[in-house]
Design a protein around this ligand. Structure first.
Ligand code: ADP
Ligand code: MG
Length: 709
């Protein structure tokens, strides 16, 4: 019944059905039920004309029309009614459909008008009011709280107003008799004192009162989050039971020697804790599938390296994949340095490795003569075959898609080489690392299928980066400041935005900027590097290396340096046109400084024109260095879909719950989902019949599950 196409609902018809499908994605009765109101208007409340405020929202007023007139305007004319109550007068205005409105309006009869008011020159007006005769209004007052449904301009223009949706919804309740199958188990309903599904659905669309509305919202939000959690946890359970891992039974020479003799610094407690978590995973029989979150500069690299050593100790190979060439080179260099007292073989493979290098790497890999391979997407190529890959690490994983993660899986060792029946390879353990902190609430619902470790502590001795916002006209002061820092021996980044749609212009900005910097910081006193996406990898690398070695004072760059680059002596990050960057990007860029012992600075340069969102971003950046706090603000500004990228956004297409505001409900939903599955992972027990049934229905009809698979 609920899967009936929306066309069949009385009052809809093919045209409206088409619009509902295209504009709101409503295909079936079920979809319509799940079109939840954005908000509700309290229609028990009446205003007097003299109580109106200049920026009030919708109001409801009782009064009479005392006169009507047509007023000529630039194009066509508008119809204006003078509307009066005992406290004053205002105008009702129509720009469209004037003829029949004019004919249907009655003078001197009490109306209830409803709508948003504007104020101009001392007069309030209400364009296209929703209106009814007072008599009638009193007769059919259905619900004190009127639902306001999500809509689009096209829908309103085609006459599918809120009122029409309301009518269609009423029709749906008539046809279904308002009875909906229960979708949660009795236990959960009674423990949480939830109202029934039918009651909840009714009250979300036609709330009887505030209390029932609140309970309906709670129940439906809980349900939505519960089933997402159930899905994620189930997937994780299946994963753990089905996917055998490569057992790394012990910690051996490489790890112990490094840990006892060559650690360049004391690990932070957070690093130790995370290593312990990883070791536990690697030692278990299941495949590790872990996300390591740690703010920029928190020291993820060494954790990655030490995890690799465990793989090596157990006779396996390891690889580390990074999203850019620069970053891969840098990882390669730091791993070479960390391992210089150990007897292990590490190689780098990127897009710019030449044929003979590649050939050699392929050979060494297959022979098992190479222990660690570092590189870019080049690692994913079919020709890259490991003898026995045991651990694959992906840095800055948000740059890679799920698909790429899964391609690494297939590079694990086949069961045994003399086995003729080609067995599927055992997947290597996977560690994905990210410096884009994901708020815990979000991580919980999006990455519910990964285990999560967090490095929530920076190495000691770091000073908080000082961040300031400066307008372009203060550039001279900023340059003076840069000169002083260079005088002290520090290095400086100056970063320009490069956003694809306007690449040409951005490129010009970068070159103009570069020229003016060269003018203000003349050779030979100052040396300047420049790095941008249009350069050949070898040139980029050359310029980058000059900066890393301290041969240049200033690095002028586009966002290619955003991720991971580590030059501890750089103490100033200047971000040009900072208003054009998103929060997480700004935070990433800022993370390039503050890596040494010196006080570091981040200077956000902007023009004078700033949107409200830009102001919030700049204010947030100058207020805090805490990546998690910044991520929360980012989430509020942009909504979750954007943050996670498209491949995961499906799951975040929540219909009623809000990941930020409904954190507590999410936690409770997760708790109950875990509990249910810990009692009966198959959901076959009689008391879970409704849950199993709903779950199957959802996986059949709803797209929220698609992103998985
Ligand atoms: P990220 O987490 O951003 O990848 P890195 O691994 O690049 O951070 O580490 C940033 C810097 O901090 C590096 O120079 C690294 O050597 C240093 N570092 C990492 N851990 C520690 C520690 N426990 N004590 C001191 N310095 C550390
Ligand atoms: Mg890093």
């Amino acid at each position: 019944m609920l899967q009936t196409p929306i066309d069949y609902l009385k009052g809809v018809g093919p045209n409206r059905a088409d619009l509902l499908r295209k504009e709101l994605g409503i295909h079936t009765y079920q979809d319509l039920i799940n079109l939840f109101p954005n908000r509700y208007l309290d229609r028990t409340q009446y205003y007097k004309i003299n109580q109106l405020q200049r920026n009030s929202t919708e109001v409801q007023i009782v009064g009479e029309i005392i006169s009507l007139k047509e007023v000529a305007q630039k194009r066509g004319k508008r119809l204006v009614a003078i509307f009066k109550d005992e406290t004053g007068t205002m105008e009702l205005v129509w720009f469209r459909g004037q003829k029949w409105i004019r004919e249907s309006l009655k003078l001197k009869k009490p109306y209830v008008v409803f709508g948003k008011t504007n104020w101009f020159n001392g007069v309030f007006s209400m364009p296209h009011p929703d209106m009814e005769f007072l008599e009638e209004h009193e007769k059919n007052l259905r619900s004190a709280m009127q639902p306001i449904y999500p809509s689009t301009e096209k829908l309103t223009n085609k006459g599918i107003t809120n009122r029409v949706i309301n009518k269609i919804m009423q029709q749906l309740f008539i046809e279904t008799k308002g009875r909906f199958q229960e979708s949660l188990s009795e236990n959960i309903i009674s423990e949480l004192k939830l109202i029934s599904k039918s009651e909840a659905v009714f009250n979300i669309h036609f709330p009887k009162n505030q209390e029932l509305l609140a309970r309906a919202q709670f129940r439906l939000k809980f349900e939505e989050l519960f089933y997402i959690q159930l899905q994620l946890i189930l997937k994780n359970l299946i994963h753990k039971s089905k996917i055998k891992g490569l057992p790394f039974k012990f910690v051996g020479d490489n790890f112990n020697t490094f840990y006892n003799e060559h650690l360049p610094f004391e690990l932070t407690n957070a690093q130790k804790r995370v290593l312990k978590e990883i070791r536990q995973d690697l030692g278990s029989k299941a495949q590790m599938n872990r996300l390591l979150q740690g703010d920029v500069g928190s020291g993820k690299t060494i954790v990655a390296f030490m995890s690799m050593l465990i793989a090596l100790d157990n006779g396996f190979q390891a690889c580390l994949m990074a999203p850019t060439e620069i970053l891969s080179v840098q990882h390669y260099n730091s791993l070479l340095e960390l391992s210089n007292k150990l007897n292990i073989r590490i190689k780098l493979l990127t897009g710019s490795s030449n044929t003979s290098e590649r050939k050699e790497i392929h050979k060494l890999l297959e022979n098992g003569e190479l222990d660690i391979l570092i590189g870019t997407h080049a690692l994913l190529e079919d020709k890259v075959k490991f003898k026995n890959l045991g651990l694959a690490i992906i840095d800055e994983q948000h740059r890679f898609g799920v698909e790429q993660r899964s391609r690494l899986w297939k590079k694990g060792p086949s069961k045994s080489s003399h086995d003729e029946t080609k067995k599927a390879p055992t997947p290597p353990h996977i560690l994905v690392m990210t410096a884009t902190p994901i708020p815990r609430t979000l991580a919980m619902s999006v990455y519910g299928d990964l285990d999560i470790s967090v490095i929530d502590e920076l190495p000691p001795g770091r000073q908080a980066i000082k961040t300031v916002h400066r307008f372009d006209k203060n550039r001279l002061n900023v340059f003076r400041f840069i000169r002083d820092e260079i005088e002290k021996g520090r290095q400086v980044y100056i970063v320009y935005p490069l956003i694809q749609e306007s690449e040409k212009m951005d490129y010009k900005d970068l070159m103009d900027g570069y020229e003016s910097i060269v003018r203000d910081f003349p050779m030979p006193k100052y040396q300047i590097s420049i790095v941008h996406g249009k350069m050949k990898p070898a040139d980029k690398d050359y310029e980058m290396q000059r900066f890393i070695k301290g041969e240049t004072n200033i690095m002028v760059a586009t966002t290619v340096i955003e991720v991971g680059v580590n030059v501890p002596n750089a103490s100033v990050m200047v971000i040009e046109s900072a208003e054009r960057f998103g929060l997480s990007q700004l935070h990433q860029l800022r993370g390039r400084v503050g890596r040494g012992a010196e006080q570091s600075y981040c200077i956000l340069m902007t023009s004078h024109k700033l949107s409200n969102d830009s102001k919030v971003r700049l204010e947030t950046m100058t207020r805090t260095n805490d990546g998690f706090e910044i991520a929360e603000v980012d989430l509020r500004l942009r909504g979750p879909g954007d943050i996670m990228g498209t491949q995961q956004s499906g799951v975040l297409n929540l219909k009623i719950a809000d990941l930020i505001k409904d954190k507590d409900i999410l936690q409770s939903a997760r708790y109950y989902a875990k509990k249910v599955l810990s009692i009966d992972p198959t959901l076959m027990a009689p008391e879970y019949k409704t849950i199993l049934h709903t779950y199957q229905q959802l996986s059949k009809y709803k797209n929220i599950w698609n992103y998985i698979s």
